[in-house]
Structure formats: C-alpha cells, structure tokens
Design a protein around this ligand. Structure first.
Ligand SMILES: C[S@@+](CC[C@H](N)C(=O)[O-])C[C@H]1O[C@@H](n2cnc3c(N)ncnc32)[C@H](O)[C@@H]1O
Length: 377
C-alpha cells in the first residue's frame, strides 16, 4: 500500500527475507518456501504475495498472446483445477484490462488443450489458481498470486460499522506509529474496531492469517504441506497474552456491539476493556497511546466538523497529558482547527482518499500547545 512500503520491508527483514527492494506500493524480495508461506500467514502489511514467473518486453497484442504461451502452464494449473486472471495495465498496447485478462486466459487454455488435452475452467469466485498480469507500457510481468484473496480479508470481521478501516492499512498505521505492543493502547472512536483487533493481534503475536480459510498456494501443484504445517505450528506456539493494557470505546452502542462481534474469534479478547463512551468527556492515564479515526465528513457526515475537531484537541490537551495521540484524518481544513501542534505528519492513502496521520505529544505544562497552527502543504 502507498506509504506503507518501508513498514512492509521491515516486516520482511524480520522474517529474514533477502534482497529487499522498495517499489511503489510494493516491496520485492527473495525467500524460500517457508518464507513464502510465512509472508501470507504472518506479514500484516502485505495485500498479496506474488511469485513472478516471467517478464517480457512486448510491442503488440499478438506478442502478448505469444509471451503468455511461452510459460509451461501445466506446471502451475493441474488437470481439473480452475483459475482466474487479474490484470493491471498502463500504456497504449491495450485499452482495457478486461481484454488483457481474456487474451491471457485464451493463451493458457489454448496451450493446455493443445499440448496436454485438458481445458481448465475460469472461476472468478473461488479459483484454485490466480494469475497476476502486470503490463506497464511495454514491460510485461506474469506472476502467480500465492494469496488468492486480498490479505486484508483476515476473516475475523463479522460486522462493519460506519467507514471501517482496511485491516492492512490499520495494521500499517499502528506499525508506523512505532507502538511496541506494551504501551497502554486506546481506540476511543473504535467504530467496528479495526485498530483494536489489529493491535490485539500484534500484541498477542496472533498471525494475521490465522483465520484465513485457505491461501491459493495450498492449491499449487508444487505445494509442501509439511513445511506449511511447520510454519503454522511455530506461529501458533508464539501466541502469548498481550502485555499492553488495551481500551476501546465509541459513543455509539452499535459500534461497540460490532467490535465485540469482530473480536469473537480472537484469543485474549477479554483483556480489552470496552465501553460505550463519549471521547469528548474522557481523561486518559499518562503513558497511553491513543489512536483516533474521527469521522471527517467525507464517508461519514457530521455537523460542524471544525468545531468537533477543536473539541477533540481540547479533550486531548486537558485530559490526556503525558500521552501520545495519533489521528487519521482526510480533512485538512478541519485539522486546522486543532489546537495542538503535530510532532509528525505522514501522508497516507485511505482507500482512495488522501489522508494524513498526525502525531501529537501531550506534555504536562512543559510544551505550550500552538493555537490554530498553519499547515504548510
Ligand atoms: C470513521 S469511524 C471509525 C472507524 C474505525 N476506525 C473502524 O475501523 O471501524 C468514526 C467513529 O467515531 C465515533 N465517534 C464519533 N464521535 C465520537 C465521540 N464523541 N466519542 C466517541 N466516539 C465517537 C463514531 O460513532 C464512529 O464509530
């Protein structure tokens, strides 16, 4: 995801992957089978894990078709398996990514039916094998998608209250903030609780893929079940009670209900203190880290957003001394009414809405908050 490349690279370093290079909205690296399985099961900020098969330079649509046919597809799609192709294109050779998908599918089926006498079917809902085509001008890259579905689908979320965060994004923001899983954690505008569930998973070392039913690599003709069982077993053994005290709340009781539902599958959920409460009347315990994702009047409308943001900053200033607050907002105008000075401001992309992740460090009397801080953008 845009803005989370370095966080992802660090997760990969932690898993001892090698030759790590940052790309735009991605990271490339090298690893063995166990590491590939771990990337899917344990890396919180990857959206999908692709294994490149081949790259080409092409000039025409016919060259595209021929390029796809150079790959020996019987190695990757066995008789009786279904497949799907997902394409992203940029450039002049094709005007439509759907047409690229069709041509790729034709090339694969033509090769397998001509040389091996079987015709795999396309299944867009639950394909066994997922092929990723990326065409940037004349550079074509074909990969297998080892994840299958996007890894943000952790399979713990039963309910979504207003404007829930994407799970990968929420995990990435918590990692960007540097939270160590031990400091006191607050999510006082929790909605359906993506910050809280991701934070609990981090603090308790619960693998991000623990509840995923099946990854696509499990369907590959070349799959090593004993390595996969080893990866899962080691990750399971590392689950531990969270050290951090954790708090979540929302002014809306339906949000609180949804958070409880979403936590149902998670070990140690009972260690989170959850209540229906108005943040604007709250006080925090010194030494806390607060994550706020207030409505910012884009997906969720609110009356007088500037006044609301001013009140949030007053609450932080008066009730949360000696704590850090991180606020995600896509409303620059409203943030101007915040009466605190950010010590960090990070550009992020919240599902297509450009947003910023602001850090505020509240000190008891030692630093004066700045009034109506002008932003330089
Ligand atoms: C954008 S949603 C949060 C989404 C959440 N991060 C998630 O991933 O599901 C904003 C939440 O702030 C809550 N909220 C608004 N005003 C509040 C207040 N004064 N105190 C506590 N919660 C409030 C809303 O009820 C809503 O659930």
């Amino acid at each position: 995801m845009e803005g989370l490349e370095e966080v992802l690279a660090q997760e990969l370093r932690d898993l001892q992957l090698t030759n790590i290079n940052l790309l735009k909205r991605g990271v490339e690296c090298e690893g063995n089978w166990a590491q590939l399985y771990r990337c899917n099961y344990q890396v919180r900020t990857a959206v999908r894990v692709l294994v490149p098969l081949k790259t080409f330079e092409i000039e025409t649509q016919d060259e595209f078709y021929d390029a796809v046919r150079t790959i020996r597809w019987s190695n990757y799609i066995a008789e009786g398996q279904t497949f799907a192709v997902r394409s992203t294109i940029f450039g002049e050779i094709f005007s439509n990514s759907l047409f690229v998908t069709y041509r790729c599918k034709d090339a694969i089926v033509d090769q397998l039916s001509g040389e091996h006498d079987y015709r795999p079917n396309v299944d867009l809902e639950q394909p066994d094998i997922v092929i990723n085509v990326h065409l940037h001008k004349t550079s074509l890259s074909i990969a297998l998608d080892s994840s299958g579905k996007s890894l943000h689908l952790r399979n713990y979320k039963e309910r979504s209250y207003k404007a829930p965060l994407n799970e990968v994004f929420a995990a990435g923001l918590i990692k960007l903030s540097g939270w160590d899983g031990k400091q006191r954690f607050y999510d006082p505008m929790c909605g359906s609780g993506t910050f809280t569930t991701e934070a609990l998973m981090m603090a308790a070392n619960i693998p991000s893929g623990k509840f995923v039913e099946r990854f696509s690599f499990e369907n590959w003709p070349e799959f090593y079940p004993e390595i996969w069982e080893g990866v899962k077993g080691a990750a399971e053994a590392a689950i531990q009670p969270p050290e951090a005290e954790m708090f979540a709340g929302d002014i809306n009781r339906y949000a609180v209900r949804d958070l409880r539902k979403n936590l149902q599958k998670l070990p140690y959920k009972e260690q989170i203190n959850i209540k229906e409460a108005d943040f604007l009347e709250s006080r925090g315990i010194p030494g806390s880290v607060v994550y706020l994702n207030p409505p910012y009047d884009k997906r969720v409308q609110i009356n007088n957003v500037k006044e609301f943001y001013k009140l949030i900053s007053d609450t932080l200033k008066n009730g949360w001394q000696d704590s850090d607050a991180w606020i995600l907002s896509g409303n620059n105008q409203a943030m101007k009414s915040f009466r605190l000075k950010p010590s960090a401001k990070i550009n992020v992309d919240n599902g297509g809405i450009p947003a910023k992740f602001y850090k505020y460090e509240m000190y008891k009397g030692t630093r004066k908050p700045v009034k109506n801080e002008k932003e330089s953008e």
